[in-house]
Design a binder for this molecule. Structure first.
Ligand SMILES: [Fe+2]
Ligand SMILES: [Fe+2]
Length: 408
């Protein structure tokens, strides 16, 4: 199917792509990248091993960044509406990525998509006109290298060999591949395969899925922020980096925002910012795991209460709660931590606390920008939305022990 591009180019009088053809292709490329972002947000919640969650966090950001580059070029080329121009067959293939029956199926499906992306980006590069398509060539060289890195990473990390993701024994990979073939491939070949394979099983991804962990992680409390301040360095570091590890809850809220933003109309920077926010929280959790393991402590607890309780809120309220509620509530602790570790000469803790602090300030900035954006045609103010969030949280606070209110 990747041959569609050379076939097209060979049929032209001159080697290369006009604006119309590049726009058509880039829209499809961007759509497939964005489909992977959504699917990865879902599977971040569902894969049980925290190491795998962190990996998926990195992959999600990579797909979001590539989608952002492609849509950026589309904006320069009179690209048309991103979603209104997607044909149903490609939509079906993109939509189906998330509905894999299990983790192995999902990783195989992701590998199938990545290999097709690498093929199609390579094919465009081979057929492009070095002068007329110079911008696309630079862009796709970057994207291709990034896709190839992700394929290599999946091969090194996982139970799935990307090279055999579409071989017998891998029913989901084969099926997903056949869906893309039926859509003419990512490049939209004129000759379409009619051999759509039967769907293996009826499994559909359940978006109300809780954050899943394996048996190593138990639900637990972390003690108060204040209770850790008087501890000796090692104990305080362990206590605080357990809290960093638990930022998986913030990543989970951000993942749910990404999933629910799938079809909303927003500037392309919004999609980049929520992906960036999500990935930062994943990395903050990784900071926690790294530092705990260095102290000989295996991460073994998590508390997803704030995530679970935010799920009954609309997207706007959930995003506002995360960025302009929780982030602001926890912000004063960030500088204290950074300074403390610096004074103690704990170099790596200082580095992680410093980066976390900076990232969190960005998250508040994103929140102010996008909550304002979503309120543009709204009769309510940010304060009104915050009052509504308090209503949502009332139910949560009723179930919390005395003196322990949900941060707001
Ligand atoms: Fe964070
Ligand atoms: Fe944050």
């Amino acid at each position: 199917m990747a041959n569609a591009i050379p076939v097209y180019a060979d049929n032209q009088a001159a080697k290369g792509f006009g604006i119309g053809k590049t726009v058509e292709l880039f829209r499809r490329f961007a759509y497939v990248e964005q489909s992977c972002v959504r699917a990865l947000a879902g599977w971040f919640l569902r894969v049980p091993a925290w190491e795998a969650k962190i990996k998926l966090g990195y992959y999600l950001y990579a797909h979001a960044e590539r989608a952002h580059e492609l849509t950026g070029r589309l904006e320069e080329m009179r690209g048309g509406h991103r979603d209104a121009n997607i044909e149903p067959a490609l939509d079906r293939a993109g939509e189906e990525i998330v509905h894999a029956p299990d983790e192995r199926g999902f990783m195989s499906g992701l590998a199938v998509v990545l290999r097709r992306q690498a093929d199609v980006y390579r094919a465009y590069l081979a057929a492009a006109n070095p002068a007329a398509n110079a911008t696309e060539i630079r862009l796709l060289h970057r994207l291709l290298a990034d896709v190839e890195r992700e394929i290599a990473d999946i091969a090194a990390f996982g139970s799935v060999n990307p090279a055999s993701a579409e071989e017998p024994g891998n029913a989901w990979g084969l099926y997903l591949g056949s869906l893309f073939d039926a859509a003419g491939g990512i490049a939209c070949s004129e000759s379409r395969s009619g051999a759509l394979l039967p769907r293996p099983g009826n499994e559909r991804f359940d978006w109300t899925v809780p954050m899943t962990f394996d048996e190593r992680i138990r639900g637990d409390e972390f003690g108060s922020y204040e209770s850790k301040l008087a501890l000796p360095l090692r104990e305080r570091c362990i206590g605080e980096f357990e809290v960093y590890f638990n930022e998986l809850y913030a990543a989970a809220i951000a993942a749910s925002v990404i999933a629910d933003s799938w079809r909303i109309s927003a500037p392309r920077q919004y999609f980049m910012d929520i992906a960036h926010h999500f990935w930062d929280e994943v990395r903050h959790s990784e900071f926690g795991a790294i530092r705990l393991l260095e102290h000989g402590v295996v991460p073994d607890k998590a508390n997803m209460m704030l995530f679970e309780q935010s799920r009954n809120m609309p997207l706007l309220h959930r995003y506002c709660y995360l960025t302009l509620g929780l982030e602001i509530f926890f912000m004063p602790r960030k500088s204290v931590r950074t300074r403390y570790y610096e004074e103690q000469g704990d170099v790596l803790s200082t580095l992680f606390a410093d980066v976390d602090w900076s990232d969190e300030m960005n998250h508040v900035r994103y929140g102010k920008k996008w909550v304002d954006h979503f309120l543009q045609d709204d009769h309510r103010t940010v304060e009104d939305v915050q009052a509504e969030i308090s209503q949502y949280l009332e139910n949560l606070n009723k179930h919390l022990p005395e003196g322990k209110k949900a941060p707001w």
